[in-house]
Design a protein around this ligand. Structure first.
Ligand code: NAP
Length: 498
């Protein structure tokens, strides 16, 4: 019976790992009929994960037998190539059996102990955060304790049912695997490869707890940088609120509260973006200063500096995010009603004052340069953000990557500083700009970036840069590792060749 169009059959052969759906698998007769000599795999459970796993296994050339407590009810949900039967029957012949049920139901499988003896059980389960804290032993170790005659392998828990169904993609290809039995681990690894995944050996079953914690993590590297960005935003927003809204209200009885949603946010965002960008380069300056002071690179940095250095990418991306939002808000400024009223009022004032031509040359130039520098800074920051994507970063060699992240990043900091300076122009020296005796916000933001730029300029001085370069190549002032050289040797320096 050839209800399968020839084109579809050809396509399935051409595509290495096709994107599959239940419909596709069922409509593809080559997949619906898996050869009898194909390896047989068992699955206990008929839920979301079991269905996706069965679909992918069938499309990868395995024979699948699913064990359910109620096979009649669930059979229709699986590809027709998979056999759905009672649990006892399903575990009879396969050597590898996936346990796709939750931990609390493991004990209900104990009746299968005799049939499961000597087989490989693949534990795919993930605990909830509460369960993870509650149980000291991992789900896989618990399963192993219930079935001492079986070999338990922990695998596939970091892969979602959706990824299994849709097929492995770049970011989701890795499958950590652990077990106390190397042979069993190898068998499951080969199966993962056949399914298009990349197995990562995590060692013995003791690593299962660590593997089970992986899907529970929620952007751990972003926590501190995000809190930092939020903290800066709150501080600058409060400062701008006091200067731009509270001061006119208290001292001039003017109601400027309408500025809160757009104007104050838009003055705050560039401050946060600019300070965050300088905080990407400050730890590098501190690290270099420490190395110069210690005269060696072999002393560990303090923990806080180590963490700071490791979070630079996230801080830089948050800086880009704030800068991009600032650009968007700036585009929206002319759309506001308040802006239109201000423009009309200015025009009326001009007519009343009988002024026909309003043109301040200096202001025109300032604005042109200020905008151009801002666009250039944002463009350079976008390049940095793009090159920090893993797929792009992997295509660059070390020198290219460090050129973009270090040199272009520093260029972005200099451009942002010029952008801020042209925005400020002479305002820092005008008394009327000091509201409640508070200096304009941009003067505060300049502090850290200027320190970073000055320090970087100092490091370029030949006497400092040469010393720093030597330290980074292993030279030590008070050499920890000394080589005994002949006394008449001209090279008196203590060198380390670590
Ligand atoms: P699910 O849809 O709720 O399926 C669980 C299955 O367990 C049920 O369909 C049931 O099948 C079976 N089961 C066996 N004994 C049971 C009992 N005593 N009481 C209730 N059910 C019993 O869950 P799931 O999403 O497929 O998850 C299954 C396992 O895979 C879990 O350990 C989960 O942590 C793990 N996992 C899931 C995903 C995902 O994306 N869903 C990703 C990674 C890991 P029968 O009624 O046919 O027996």
């Amino acid at each position: 019976m050839s209800r399968q169009p020839a084109v579809a059959t050809k396509m399935s052969r051409e595509m290495d790992k096709p994107l599959i759906s239940l419909h596709l698998v069922d409509s593809d007769t080559s997949l619906a009929k898996v050869p009898d000599e194909a390896p047989k795999v068992g699955i206990l459970g008929s839920g979301d994960f079991a269905r996706s796993l069965a679909t992918r296994l069938v499309s990868s050339g395995f024979r699948v037998v699913v064990g359910s407590r109620n096979p009649k009810r669930t059979a229709g949900l699986f590809p027709s190539a998979a056999q759905v039967t009672f649990q006892e029957e399903a575990v009879r012949s396969p050597e590898i059996i996936f346990v796709a049920v939750f931990r609390e139901h493991y004990s209900s499988l104990c009746g299968l102990s005799d049939q499961l003896a000597g087989k490989i059980l693949v534990d795919v389960s993930n605990p909830t955060e509460q369960e993870h804290l509650q149980h000291r032993e991992s789900n896989a170790e618990y399963l192993a304790s219930l079935f001492p005659t079986c070999t338990v392998v922990k695998a596939f828990n970091v892969i979602s049912a959706w990824t299994l169904q849709a097929g492995p993609r770049d970011g989701n290809r890795q499958v950590p695997i652990c077990s106390d039995q190397p042979e069993a681990k190898r068998a499951v690894s080969e199966m993962a490869i056949a399914m298009g995944f990349m197995p990562v050996d995590m060692g013995s079953l003791a690593s299962a707890r660590e593997m089970e914690a992986m899907p529970l993590r929620l952007l751990p590297a972003w926590k501190v940088p995000t809190l930092l960005a939020l903290g800066l935003f709150i501080c600058f927003y409060a400062y701008n609120f006091v200067r731009d809204v509270l001061q006119p209200y208290v001292q001039e009885s003017k109601n400027k509260f309408f500025k809160l949603p757009v104007s104050v946010v838009n003055t705050t965002l560039p401050c946060v973006a600019y300070v965050l960008l300088s905080l990407v380069y400050l730890p590098g300056v501190l690290a270099a200063t420490l190395q110069l002071r210690r005269g060696t690179k072999y002393h560990r940095f303090p923990d806080w500096l180590d963490h700071w250095l490791q979070h630079r990418k996230q801080i830089g991306l948050l800086s880009f995010f704030c800068a991009a939002l600032h650009a968007l808000y700036s585009f929206c400024l002319p759309l506001r009603r308040s802006h239109r009223y201000d423009l009309v009022n200015l025009a009326v004032k001009q007519v009343l004052a009988n002024k026909s031509h309003l043109w301040v040359e200096e202001e025109v130039w300032r604005m042109e340069i200020y905008l151009s520098l801002g666009v250039l800074a944002l463009g350079t920051l976008s390049l940095l953000a793009v090159t920090s994507l893993p797929s792009i970063a992997n295509s660059l060699n070390w020198r290219e990557f460090s050129f973009v992240q270090s040199s272009l990043g520093f260029a972005a900091l200099v451009l942002s500083t010029l952008h801020t300076l042209t925005y400020g122009w002479t305002r820092a020296f005008e008394e009327s700009r000091y509201k409640f005796y508070l200096p304009p916000t941009f003067t505060l933001t300049l502090l850290v970036p200027c320190v970073v730029i000055l320090a970087k300029a100092l490091f370029l001085l030949p006497c400092i840069s040469r010393r720093l370069a030597r330290i980074r190549r292993g030279w030590e002032r008070d050499g920890a590792i000394k080589f005994m050289l002949p006394t008449d040797n001209a090279l008196a320096e203590k060198t380390s060749h670590v």
